[in-house]
Design a binder for this molecule. Structure first.
Ligand code: HEM
Ligand code: HEM
Length: 134
């Protein structure tokens, strides 16, 4: 599996663990006020990251491009900033609102970069692997 796919799945499963933690905490406490942070942690984190990682696993030539790792860094930074700031905002910390806004825009940029990867052609300059000895 390409390195960017490995990174995406490792990051995604951390968001799933955190997201389920929030879900269980909501269920146990019967306080559902952080529903938005739980939903977006699971959907932008676990589900979307796993889709991105799966796409790269199916398109390994695209996964070797520099843009793939740049897209991973931008998208992951956006979601990693968005989930805790949204969580704190939903708990009543209004000062987090601009951070949630900035994080959402960074996440959107990550998605736009992914759209660029999807629409770009498969052709890429890849260093050929050495032929194995027979
Ligand atoms: C053991 C794991 C989980 C627990 C205990 C849990 C718990 C909860 C709870 C208590 C709510 C609030 C329901 C309400 O107030 O109406 C909720 C909402 C939600 N959960 Fe989870 N959840 C879990 C896993 C997941 C996963 C894995 C996903 C997505 C992949 C997910 C997606 C959502 C979404 C989208 C909502 C919002 C639904 C709406 O807007 O009505 N949850 N969850
Ligand atoms: C940067 C990207 C995104 C932003 C800024 C955003 C923003 C929002 C906002 C403002 C709400 C309403 C929350 C409320 O009523 O309290 C919402 C709800 C929701 N969004 Fe998103 N969203 C984004 C991406 C996504 C994606 C990619 C998915 C699915 C894959 C998704 C799934 C949902 C769901 C299921 C709800 C209802 C759950 C809830 O009550 O919080 N969102 N979103």
């Amino acid at each position: 599996m390409p390195r960017v796919s490995q990174l995406y799945f490792k990051t995604a499963v951390i968001f799933l663990i955190v997201g389920i933690g929030m879900g269980l905490n909501m269920a146990i406490s019967q306080d559902h006020s952080v529903i938005g942070a739980h939903a977006h942690c699971n959907l932008l984190g676990w589900v979307t990251m796993a889709l991105f990682g799966g796409y790269h696993a199916l398109n390994p030539r695209k996964a070797e491009r520099r843009i793939a790792i740049i897209q991973y860094c931008v998208y992951t930074a956006g979601v990693t900033l968005m989930v805790p700031s949204l969580y704190l905002m939903l708990l009543g910390n209004a000062a987090m609102e601009p951070i949630v806004g900035i994080a959402s825009v960074i996440t959107l940029v990550g998605v736009l970069l992914f759209a660029f990867i999807i629409f770009s052609s498969e052709e890429t300059v890849v260093t050929p692997r050495a032929q194995p000895y027979r």
